[in-house]
Design a protein around this ligand. Structure first.
Ligand code: GDD
Length: 334
């Protein structure tokens, strides 16, 4: 019989890549989505449109323990990947209460439901490099102290400790992946990488004149989401639960990302990018760089896609998308 997996946030970037990966491995894939997503699949489920007939979706909310409990009781998963969260750092400054409540309670609800109904189920928590925030050392590893700089970062630190506590207190096979920024053509448009690649494509095609951004000097360790979901799965296949940093070990500035993206479409970025103070964060994480040597040593994980490949992959995908949109409009007119 095939193993059952339960993914919260299956309709997000990571959920979509992870589902594809696990379907290929022969898992029976169940996912949790909000009711509104089932009612409006065109807008909410575009990332998993191509596998909708292969996965089973369940409506539940991170804000409701009974709804999560019911799905866990019904599915009885062998593995659970808890990816759902309010994940946009900027927004967490605007509505810190809902980010903190939803992210911390949501993680607690999933952990508790698993402890009650399927204590042998392996659990993965989507921890974040935002937990390091104003990092005390570089590169950051599993022993680097946390200094979160946003309500989002604080909520992830709490989720990380909850996961660790369920492991230590109740013996759950619970792991955290401290994932550094990971991107792809399926990235949400509010994140800086996608905002840039989307705008570079639009400007190239004459659909937009400028791109407004905040802090161009911030530096991140950017990898490809498709590589990172494999690490999530590998963590849960080890003999004992543990926490791992997943990163590329390289750091690049937002400016470098912009340069490369605009180079890809043959444009000079300086003519189009406008720095807007409104887009600066009240507290910034200036630089992140991860040390993934523990994951490499333990289960042989390393990133496959490099920075340049990632940027060009994203820009080309956006160009392609706009070209197809234009074509669809022309076809409809004919
Ligand atoms: N979003 C955004 N929009 N960021 C901008 C902009 C802008 O217009 N201009 C500059 N930036 C800078 C931000 O200030 C930040 O330093 C950097 O670009 C990256 O921002 P995001 O792409 O929004 O990602 P993030 O690093 O805050 O968080 C992402 O990665 C985390 C892993 O470390 C998110 O995916 C988190 O959910 C994830 O945990």
């Amino acid at each position: 019989m095939s193993k059952k997996v339960f993914i919260t946030g299956i309709d997000g970037q990571d959920g979509s890549y992870l589902s594809e990966f696990l379907l290929n491995k022969g898992y029976e894939v169940h996912g949790m989505v909000r009711r509104v997503s089932l009612e409006d699949p065109e807008h909410h489920l575009w990332r998993i449109k191509h596998i909708l007939d292969k996965v089973k979706l369940h409506a539940a909310s991170l804000e409701s323990y009974p709804s999560i409990f019911k799905v866990v009781e019904q599915v009885k998963p062998d593995e659970c990947y808890h990816l759902a969260a309010q994940s946009f750092v900027s927004y967490s400054f605007e509505d810190e209460f809902s980010t903190i409540n939803t992210n911390i309670n949501g993680t607690h609800f999933v952990l508790s439901a698993i402890k009650e109904k399927v204590p042998k189920c392996k659990f993965y928590f989507a921890a974040s490099s935002e937990q390091f925030g104003m990092a005390k050392e570089s590169p950051q590893n599993e022993n680097t102290p946390f200094h979160p700089r946003s309500p989002y970062g604080i909520s992830k630190v709490a989720g990380f400790h909850l996961t660790q506590n369920y492991r230590e207190a109740y013996g759950l096979f619970a792991c955290s992946g401290l994932l550094f920024n990971h991107e792809s053509p399926r990235r949400g448009f509010e994140f800086v990488t996608r905002k840039i690649t989307n705008a570079a494509a639009e400007i190239k095609l004459g659909l937009k004149a400028e791109l407004r951004l905040g802090n161009l000097d911030a530096k991140r360790d950017w990898g490809f989401a498709g590589d990172y979901v494999e690490a999530m799965w590998m963590m849960l296949q080890q003999d004992a639960p543990d926490d791992y940093v997943i990163a590329t070990g390289e750091t690049h500035s937002v400016k470098e990302f912009i340069e490369l993206a605009f180079d890809t479409v043959g444009l000079d970025w300086k003519k189009y990018v406008i720095v807007d103070d409104v887009l600066y964060r009240p507290a910034e994480v200036f630089i992140l760089k991860g040390d993934y040597s523990k994951a490499e040593k333990k289960f042989g994980w390393k990133p496959k896609v490099n920075f340049k490949e990632l940027v060009t992959m994203m820009v080309n995908a956006d160009l392609e998308r706009f070209k197809n949109m234009k074509k669809d409009i022309c076809d409809a007119k004919d």
